[in-house]
Design a protein around this ligand. Structure first.
Ligand code: WTA
Length: 637
């Protein structure tokens, strides 16, 4: 049901059906938000009490040293206590935790009992390799069940995992291993994507030549293609799991390490404004409270759900809402290994039908991509098992929203648009099913979360006025910093408006208090939902011997959101050619990964710069898009 105004896209309100409203856990979102606003710390503390702890906290929030906030101080826990251990004593133990579907159609399932067994066994393997509490472990795997198993095994013994997305390549992996000083690398012989294989072990070997801290490499066999194994360093996962250490009586048990609430759970590298990616730190205590609460409320989780988050476990969406929150909530979730269009553009819809998926959580770029193939593909399948749809990663354009709502959701399913970041750990702005929706708006801040749009001078922007999106108070699942770089943490997130967390996004709030995210204000790109920094792509380009300087911008792209356009100045003696163009594109793909591949490279002889030598990407973008150049007074010449 829709009420439309003058500007249909902006003002149309989609009202939930009486049935959805009635069955929603949260009936009055605004009222709950107002209640939480009166005492947000108490709101979160009450939610934390719904989880298991080894010992309660002394103080819910320690804000004595901002912005180094601490949550549930003195509390003892381990996210595994909630994700696996406590289910072993209930009926959930016999429920499926994961249903995995390979690209070629094979199925593997793990109950909570079986998952716990695998995790314990693998935790014992890690321990036998000398991995201790606090040690870092890099995980570089395709979308297979060993990925969550490896993450959970690290968490169980108090090791800190650093998952590197399997689509990244040599340079990206190498610098992440190096920066995290990982002791162990867990990878695979390869992975399947679009019917082809990706040689992960060989990429890992090249990365290891550049990063020297890894003592052991564990290789999961997936493609069964031959790989080179360094004796004494490299071991096959299945062989380790078959060893007495993992198979002996009792080896399928492993005590969960008792952690302080503030002990780190994982590092996750993400892109910012410099060429060097930064590792965001999340903890055991506050993180579990944030993710479990947001998922439970926003997706209105029910025991009978079959949930599918189509993201990769290697990104924050996968960490929070494929691995940890669904397990804490005892949900059954699906992991699909491959591409949405393999072998045909109805693969996703086929999976929804076959597995009876009730909640589908996906990125707008994927929805736009599938929308292009037309309605006939989804219409061939019975999608009536779906009751709720989610989106994440970038603003969803109203056209894609409407398609998702009508064609996939049969106008029955609320669309839960969730705005959040690697740094925030969990949803920050999102509706609940009973709430009135506006296509393209993530609606309002989650209860217990304070968000505002500010002008340059720090005063609140008026209704409809564009400004900088900030979070006004600490929240439990917030980042605890940037690994090894407290200065950058303060400078990047907390110095623009003291006391407020700067998100890096531009937004506006309409007359009804709905938030509209416009996009990044910094040099961060969202390419097919993946977060990349312009500086990272530039540094990959200049690492090629023919390149002297490079500038990278994002150009709006119908499906991908952003496409990468690069401007390159060649070294003296090198001339532009179609071959060099190809070579540079390939070079970026090998260094960073195929997702960073520029869509177009332009050879130029100069780049617009400020007098202080900063490349004016804004100007390049305006020129590339044929837009007015705006203020060019700082331009060098
Ligand atoms: C963007 C992904 C609009 C935003 C979870 C943010 C969104 C960045 C939305 C973080 C949304 C994420 N609507 N924009 N629902 N969700 N974004 O760290 O620009 O990969 O700052 O986390 O994605 O990307 P990240």
């Amino acid at each position: 049901m829709e009420r439309s105004g003058n500007d249909q896209d902006r003002t149309a309100v989609v009202v939930p059906s009486a049935q959805v409203r009635q069955s929603s856990r949260v009936k009055d979102y605004d009222a709950l938000r107002r209640e939480a606003e009166r005492d947000p710390v108490k709101f979160w503390e009450d939610r934390a009490k719904e989880l298991a702890w080894y010992a309660p906290w002394d103080k819910a929030l320690d804000d004595s040293n901002p912005p180094f906030y601490k949550w549930f101080v003195g509390g003892k826990t381990n996210i595994i206590l909630n994700a696996l251990d406590r289910h072993q004593a209930t009926a959930t133990r016999n429920k499926l935790a994961f249903i995995w579907e390979g690209e070629s159609g094979e199925i593997r399932t793990l109950s909570f009992f079986a998952l716990n067994r695998e995790v314990c066994q693998f935790a014992n393997v890690l321990k036998s390799m000398g991995v201790h509490k606090g040690d870092r472990v890099t995980i570089y795997l395709p979308r297979i069940l060993e990925l969550p198993i490896a993450m959970l095994a690290c968490a169980k013994i108090g090791a800190v995992h650093s998952v590197v997305y399997g689509g990244f390549s040599v340079e990206a992996l190498g610098e992440r291993i190096q920066d995290s000083e990982s002791k162990v690398l867990i990878t695979a012989d390869g992975g399947f994507m679009r019917g082809k294989t990706v040689p992960l072990k060989s990429i890992a070997d090249q990365a290891l030549e550049r990063a020297g801290t890894v003592e052991h490499v564990i290789v999961v066999r997936r493609t069964r293609e031959p790989v080179s194994m360094e004796p004494g360093r490299d071991y096959f996962y299945d062989e380790l799991m078959g060893l007495p250490i993992a198979k002996a009586v009792g080896a399928t048990r492993c005590a969960t390490e008792v952690m302080d609430a503030e002990d780190p759970l994982f590092l996750l590298y993400t892109s910012g404004t410099t060429g060097k990616p930064k590792a965001i730190v999340h903890t055991h205590g506050g993180y579990q409270v944030g993710i479990a609460t947001t998922m439970n409320y926003a997706f209105d989780v029910r025991p009978e759900d079959r949930y599918w988050c189509a993201a990769d476990p290697g990104w924050i969406t996968g960490h929070s809402y494929i691995v940890y929150a669904p397990l804490i909530l005892g949900m059954t979730s699906l992991i699909y290994e491959g591409a949405p269009t393999y072998p045909y553009p109805d693969r996703w819809w086929k999976i929804v039908e076959k597995q009876g998926i009730s909640i589908l959580y996906a990125a707008p770029t994927a929805i736009r991509g599938l929308m292009r193939f037309g309605e006939a593909w989804p219409n061939r399948h019975d999608l009536t098992s779906l009751r709720l749809l989610g989106t994440v990663g970038e603003p969803i354009n109203p056209e894609a929203w409407r398609w998702y709502h009508r064609v996939i959701g049969g106008e029955r399913c609320p669309i839960i648009d969730t705005w959040w970041q690697t740094e925030t750990g969990s949803f920050m702005i999102c509706p609940v099913p009973s709430f009135d929706l506006k296509p393209g708006s993530a609606t309002k801040p989650f209860p217990g979360i304070g968000a505002q749009v500010l002008r340059e001078d720090g005063t609140p922007a008026g209704p409809g006025e564009e400004g900088k999106l900030v979070i006004t108070a600490p929240w439990p699942s917030m980042l605890r910093g940037i690994y090894k770089n407290p200065e950058r943490y303060v400078e990047q997130y907390w110095s623009t408006f003291p006391g407020k967390y700067l998100t890096g996004d531009a937004a506006r709030v309409d007359e009804d208090g709905y938030f509209w995210i416009i996009g990044r204000m910094d040099d961060v790109l969202k390419v097919s939902g993946y977060r990349l920094g312009t500086a990272e792509v530039e540094s990959a380009l200049v690492s090629h011997p023919a390149v002297s300087e490079a500038a990278v911008i994002g150009i709006p792209h119908e499906v991908k959101g952003n496409a990468i356009r690069a401007f390159v100045i060649l070294r003296a003696g090198r001339a532009p050619s179609p071959e060099l163009n190809e070579e540079l594109i390939k070079h970026v793909a090998t260094e960073m990964g195929p997702i960073a591949r520029p869509e177009k490279i332009e050879f130029v002889t100069a780049l617009p710069k400020t007098r202080s030598g900063k490349i004016m990407r804004r100007l390049l973008k305006a020129r590339a898009m044929g837009l007015p150049e705006g203020d060019v007074s700082t331009l060098e010449d």
